[in-house]
Design a binder for this molecule. Structure first.
Ligand code: F6R
Length: 247
């Protein structure tokens, strides 16, 4: 078991630049990378930088395949709050990746089991770009989640629904169920980069990095994955040990 490396940066802008550089390097190393992408607020800055690098001809991600990490159930693929649509509009298309290379999650457990098997047979994910929930979730792997959890239909916790309500119109009902890539396939990814920003994530990041891994903090199970880089700003990681960028 190895602790994830922590790359601590000053603020959100630096986090976005450093994370984009890490993803760009992975794409250069693995031009046909199979990339699992989170949505949420945290990676948006990095995705914007990656879009600019693509526009400037500095990276070519056209050979990558992008996989959806999670999705609400009962939300059509063109719904404004569809996480698939969000990933498509902020990552896939800005990186000039053909929409046909964006793989969406199926919506029931039987199909998700077959999906996991297919992905595993094809070699798994090369890169997972993740964010962390304030309750320690990764994707929609809510606490408690075991390290070998498969992709599946999940019930969203009250905490996650409250936290996600900020992305929905006032008064809108956040769906209660979702599908997520399981912690098992996530932890088997060849490389994982976890982006963490802001004081709201400070407590959970400390628990994920420094407390013994437990299903009660799914992100702490990253300590069991082999190549994990956490890029965190100082608000989220005021006293984390690790590499620092002094810029
Ligand atoms: C979304 C996802 C979630 C978010 C997490 C953090 O696809 O996988 O696990 O990464 O909820 O969200 P933000 O970045 O909005 O704080």
């Amino acid at each position: 078991m190895s602790r994830p490396s922590v790359h601590r940066v000053a603020d959100y802008d630096d986090l976005s630049r450093v994370a984009a550089r890490v993803v760009a390097e992975a794409i250069r190393d693995m031009p046909t990378a199979r990339i699992l992408v989170a949505t949420g607020a945290t990676p948006m800055g990095a995705y914007r930088v990656l879009g600019k690098l693509t526009g400037a001809g500095e990276i070519d991600a056209s050979g990558a395949t992008v996989f959806q990490l999670d999705e609400y159930l009962g939300v059509g693929r063109n719904h404004r709050r569809s996480l698939g649509r969000w990933a498509l509009e902020t990552f896939v298309l800005p990186l000039s990746i053909d929409e046909g290379r964006f793989v969406r999650l199926p919506f029931d457990d039987a199909a998700l089991t077959a999906y996991d098997r297919r992905i595993r047979d094809e070699g798994g994910y090369d890169l997972a770009i993740l964010g962390i929930g304030e309750n320690g979730h990764l994707g929609f792997n809510e606490p408690p989640t075991e390290a070998d959890a498969p992709s599946r239909v999940v019930q969203l916790s009250a905490a996650s629904r409250r936290s996600n309500a900020r992305y929905w119109d006032p008064g809108a009902v956040v769906p209660e169920r979702a599908v997520t890539v399981g912690l098992g396939p996530i932890l088997r990814a060849r490389r994982i980069v976890l982006l963490v920003s802001g004081a709201r994530k400070r407590t959970i990041l400390r628990r994920a990095l420094f407390e013994p891994p437990t299903p009660d903090v799914p992100a702490s199970l990253l300590q069991r994955a082999h190549d994990v880089l956490v890029v965190a700003d100082r608000a989220a990681a005021p006293d984390a040990t690790g590499r620092e960028d002094h810029r």
